[in-house]
Write a protein that binds this ligand. Structure first.
Ligand SMILES: [Zn+2]
Ligand SMILES: [Zn+2]
Length: 272
């Protein structure tokens, strides 16, 4: 069984409803995907996202604010922690982090750093792991993680796209590394080297759907079923069976997101 450790089910298609989501999840199940973590990008959209996935027991959710969506009046760590504790379906905080690719304004970057630290504080407070997005912000990302000390609750660098040096430093801090469809891209040799070297107890697979569809689906909207292509690529790169990648990544997911009820329910309790 595979787990899609990071996707955005509420954005798979415009106006997606429970019926369409049930179809996507049935397709995922047929591809061997037994659990999905649906990741939050802002708090305004969170209630609708939570309501959409509610009928599906094998969907976990996170709560948090993407670095490109931070605002002056975001809640503080105490409030975020409180909200996270209230709902047993919430298994992580985020996605948070730093995106210096899309954000070039120094004041906004500084707000991203504050919010990132805020999520890590809420992580310490709740014991929940933190989903980290980082783009063109290596040094600041590592510095903030180091300062926060993430050993207890844990964290994952999602959609990892950097080189082995960055991976090694992240692993030294106790982070997990999650690979998306980018690992299947033709020009991603440096990333495949990371996928070859990463310890078997520290990596995950994800789609980040609807973005970043893997080969051979590039250019189409991505979907959770296609985490299968990511896992197969990693199996090739590591010279192991797909079943072993599934076993390792699902085990790692369970350890990191220990609140997730993986494989304990049928896909849909909804009568759709
Ligand atoms: Zn992200
Ligand atoms: Zn994402």
């Amino acid at each position: 069984m595979l787990v899609d450790s990071h996707c955005h089910l509420d954005r798979l298609e415009k106006g997606i409803d429970t019926r369409r989501l049930a179809e996507h999840l049935a397709e995922a199940e047929a591809a061997g995907v037994g659990h999905v973590l649906c990741v939050s990008v802002d708090l305004d959209g969170w209630p609708a996202m939570r309501a959409l996935v509610d009928p599906f027991d094998e969907v976990s959710v996170s709560i948090g604010i993407h670095p490109c969506h931070v605002k002056e009046d975001d809640p503080d760590a105490v409030v975020l922690a409180q909200r996270a504790r209230q709902d047993p379906r919430i298994v992580a905080l985020g996605e948070t982090g730093l995106d210096y690719h899309y954000e070039t304004d120094e004041k906004r970057r500084s707000l991203q750093r504050e919010r990132f630290a805020m999520h890590l504080e809420a992580g310490r407070e709740t014991g929940l792991p933190v989903i980290v997005h980082t783009r063109e912000a290596q040094e600041d990302t590592l510095a903030i993680l180091r300062e926060a000390g993430i050993e207890d609750s844990g964290a994952v660098l999602h959609c990892f796209t950097e080189n082995w040096e960055m991976a090694r430093r992240a692993l030294d801090l106790g982070l997990y590394i999650s690979f998306s469809g980018i690992v299947t891209f033709r020009n991603a040799e440096a990333l495949r080297e990371v996928a070859r070297k990463v310890p078997s107890d520290r990596y995950l697979v994800e789609t980040d759907a609807p973005w970043l569809a893997p080969v051979p689906h590039r250019g189409k909207p991505n979907r959770p079923a296609w985490v299968h292509e990511v896992a197969r690529c990693i199996a090739d790169v590591r010279g192991i069976a797909l079943a072993q990648v599934a076993e390792e990544t699902t085990g790692n997911f369970r350890r990191l997101f220990s609140r997730a009820r993986v494989g304990q329910a049928t896909w849909s309790s909804a009568s759709t």
